[in-house]
Write a protein of this length. Structure first.
Length: 319
C-alpha cells in the first residue's frame, strides 16, 4: 500500500490501534487467579502432561525434601553446639572457674527451654538422660563453690515459669534436686513452698504430675531428717497408689490391722469406680496378710473357694 502524502500510513493506523488496546498478558491473569483454583488446574493437567508433572515435581517435592534435610541438619548442629558448651562448662569446673561454669550451665538451660516451647515431638528423643545428668552434675559441682544464695534465687525464679511445665520428668527432677541442695544450705522452707505452689496449679491431685511433686516433697523431708512430715505428706495424699500402699504397710507393721484393712478397701472401692483402672495383686496379698494375722480364715477360704468355683471343670474325653 502506497502512502498518500499528508495522510498517515496504514502502519501508523495499526500502531495507534495497538497502543489504545489493552494487551492481555498470561502472567497478569495468573496473578489474579485464586490460589486454590490455580492449584487444582495444575494438578488436573499434570496427570496427562509429563512436562508439567516433572516441572512441578522437581520444583516443589525436591525443594521440600531439601528444606527438611536442612532443618534436621540445623537441629543436629544446635545439639552439637550445646554439647560443646557442656564440655566447656566441665573444663571450667576442672580449672576452678566456677562462676564461668555456672553461666554456661544457665545458658544451656535457657536454650533447652526454647526447645520445650518450639518442639512438637517428645524432647527426650532429642536430649538424652545422660546429657541432662552431666549438665546438672556439672551445675551442682560448680554450685558448691559459688554464691548459693544467688543460685537459690535463680532456681526460685526459673522453676515457677510456665515454660518448664512441659519439661520431661528427668529434667524437672534434676532441676529440683539442684534447688533442694541449695535450699538445704540457705532456706529449707523455700523448696517446700515452691512444690506447694506448683501443686496448687494442678487440679487432679492424683495425676502423674501431682505424684512427681509430692514424691519430691517426701524425698526432701527424708533428706533433711524430717520423717514425721514425710509420713504426714503420704497420709494426706492417699490418692497416690504408692503412698497409700506404704501407709498400709506401716499400719500392718504397727499391728493396726483394722485401719490397714479400711485403707485397702477404700482404695479398691475407688479403683473400681474407674473402668480403666487396674488393681495390682499386691493389694490382695496385703489383705491376705491381714487376715492371717487376725486368724480370720473364713474370708480367705471364701475368696479361694469362689475363685475355684469359677474355673471350668475338666471332663475326661470319651475313648
Amino acid at each position: 500500500m502506497k502512502a498518500i502524502e499528508g495522510h498517515p500510513t496504514g502502519k501508523s493506523n495499526i500502531d495507534e490501534k495497538l497502543k489504545s488496546r489493552k494487551i492481555i498478558r498470561l502472567e497478569n491473569i495468573l496473578k489474579s487467579v485464586p490460589a486454590g483454583e490455580l492449584r487444582d488446574f495444575i494438578i488436573n493437567h499434570a496427570k496427562d502432561n509429563p512436562e508439567i508433572y516433572n516441572a512441578a515435581f522437581y520444583k516443589f517435592v525436591v525443594r521440600e525434601k531439601t528444606d527438611k534435610d536442612n532443618s534436621e541438619n540445623s537441629e543436629r548442629q544446635d545439639i552439637e553446639i550445646l554439647g560443646q558448651w557442656l564440655n566447656k562448662a566441665k573444663e571450667c569446673v576442672d580449672q576452678n572457674k566456677f562462676d564461668e561454669a555456672i553461666k554456661i550451665c544457665k545458658a544451656i538451660i535457657e536454650e533447652y527451654s526454647k526447645w520445650l516451647t518450639n518442639l512438637e515431638e517428645d524432647i527426650s528423643l532429642i536430649f538424652s538422660s545422660d546429657f541432662l545428668f552431666n549438665l546438672f552434675s556439672t551445675f551442682e559441682k560448680a554450685a558448691e563453690h559459688t554464691d548459693k544464695k544467688e543460685l537459690l534465687a535463680y532456681c526460685l525464679t526459673e522453676l515457677k515459669k510456665v515454660k518448664y511445665l512441659d519439661a520431661d520428668v528427668i529434667f524437672n527432677n534434676y532441676f529440683h534436686r539442684l534447688f533442694g541442695i541449695l535450699a538445704i544450705a540457705i532456706d529449707q522452707d523455700a523448696f517446700i513452698t515452691v512444690q506447694d505452689e506448683l501443686l496448687t496449679g494442678i487440679k487432679d491431685k492424683g495425676s502423674y504430675e501431682a505424684k512427681n511433686i509430692l514424691e519430691r516433697k517426701v524425698a526432701y523431708y527424708r533428706h533433711i531428717g524430717n520423717n514425721d512430715m514425710a509420713w504426714l505428706t503420704m497420709e494426706d495424699n492417699l490418692q497416690i497408689d504408692s503412698f497409700c500402699m506404704k501407709v498400709v504397710e506401716n499400719r500392718i507393721e504397727k499391728h493396726d490391722l483394722a485401719a490397714a484393712k479400711d485403707l485397702i478397701n477404700d482404695f479398691i472401692a475407688r479403683q473400681n469406680k474407674n473402668p480403666n483402672s487396674y488393681i495390682n495383686s499386691a493389694w490382695y496379698n496385703l489383705l491376705l496378710d491381714i487376715f492371717q494375722k487376725e486368724n480370720d480364715k473364713i474370708p480367705v477360704r471364701k475368696k479361694t473357694t469362689s475363685g475355684i468355683s469359677k474355673r471350668p471343670r475338666y471332663t475326661r474325653p470319651n475313648k
